[in-house]
Design a protein around this ligand. Structure first.
Ligand code: AQP
Length: 344
């Protein structure tokens, strides 16, 4: 059976981008067709300035929202990254395979390092190396497919490269994974700045629809979206990025494809109105279920505890095999002496 792994970082409140680009596909498709693991990747949230209590709160909220969006613990494994030591164990080995130049080419590193510097902060070393941790997240589980939005494709490519390099140098150890993207809304853009991705840790609140926004708030944000000069509704990401973004959001929420939908509208106002309603309707069940789950925090904790146990059992054999393959002496008296004698 195909093994699927993906994760979400608790660096802010989850957005419509996270939902349309990733979570919805995980719940509607991936957990039903594959042996799927989904993870709140909390260690990744420590790569930029953070408030410890907020990271804890957002981690719980992200897990609750993943369940609210339809992940079913009977069908998939849902857990928190820091509850499974294998991720950090494997990350160090992969750092010994990755290169400094490779890390510095990562687009997210460049963008986020620049943002930290603009804010007057220093750039943490972990911001440079976290794509390696992400590779460890993926490779520890023998993952075949990683369903992500477009922004994460480069990081999945790195995981592929590291798997191939490790296998060539030290013997076949890892499955080589590949990224999969949704057909529409793989890159939802900020409603106030349609040239930038709708990111949960951005500062421009009015351009970001959060999954837990009240319906009126979400509706207003879409109605106030920046559109382009011109009046006719055409789908062209290059010359009409604002309108293209609205068409993609509408298509992702209500079905259809953006090109065909463009032909249906004569004014930006009508398009915005329908996109706003579609967004409100898509988010309504998620908000409602989130409310119910919040009333039962013990349930969410139980799901995460069991998920971590299951994940540990899946990751450990692969990570142990990587430790042996790279040349580390296994702990335990039964293996030590013969190995030492065999080495010249
Ligand atoms: N705007 C987006 N459009 C489509 N997909 C998106 N994803 C994120 N933003 C969009 C996808 O959501 C999954 C989880 O993302 P993440 O939480 O690991 O972090 P990210 O990709 O770096 O997204 P953010 O929201 O922009 O976080 P910050 O601001 O902290 O960097 C991934 O599959 C991602 O592709």
């Amino acid at each position: 059976m195909t093994r699927v792994f993906s994760g979400i970082k608790p660096t802010g409140h989850l957005t419509l981008g996270n939902y349309l680009g990733a979570m919805r596909q995980w719940a509607a498709v991936d957990q039903h067709r594959a042996d799927a693991l989904f993870c709140v990747v909390d260690l990744h949230a420590l790569t930029v300035h953070h408030d410890p209590a907020r990271v804890r709160r957002l981690s719980r909220q992200a897990a609750t929202l993943l369940l609210a969006s339809g992940l079913d613990p009977a069908l998939c494994t849902l857990f928190v990254q820091s509850h499974v030591d294998e991720h950090a164990r494997l990350s160090y080995l992969l750092e010994c395979v990755a290169t400094d130049g490779e890390m510095r080419r990562m687009i997210q590193y460049k963008e986020k390092a620049a943002r930290e510097q603009r804010r007057g902060g220093s750039v943490r070393l972990s911001l440079l190396t976290y794509p390696v941790l992400m590779a460890a997240d993926i490779l520890a589980y023998g993952t075949d497919e990683v369903p992500v939005g477009h922004d994460q494709t480069q990081h999945v490519e790195l995981a592929r490269d590291l798997a191939v390099r490790f296998n060539q140098r030290y013997g076949h150890t890892f499955v080589v994974p590949r990224a999969t993207n949704p057909s529409v809304a793989a890159r939802v853009m900020n409603l106030q700045d349609p040239l930038s991705k709708m990111g949960k840790s951005d500062d421009t609140g009015p351009g970001i629809v959060y999954l837990l926004d009240e319906p009126d708030v979400a509706r207003k944000k879409v109605m106030r979206a920046v559109t382009d000069s011109g009046r006719d509704v055409v789908y062209d990401r290059e010359s009409r990025p604002g309108v293209a973004n609205l068409l993609e959001i509408l298509a992702a929420c209500s079905g259809g494809n953006p090109e065909a939908l463009a032909g249906v509208y004569e004014s930006y106002g009508d398009l915005k109105r329908d996109a706003a309603e579609a967004v409100v309707e898509v988010l309504r069940p998620v908000r409602e279920r989130h409310g119910e789950l919040c009333a039962d925090p013990g349930y969410v904790e139980g799901v995460l505890r069991e998920g971590a146990e299951r994940a540990r059992g899946m990751a450990r054999p692969t990570v142990d095999a990587a430790y042996r393959a790279i040349g580390l002496l296994p702990a335990g008296s039964d293996t030590g002496a013969p190995v030492l004698n065999a080495v010249r």
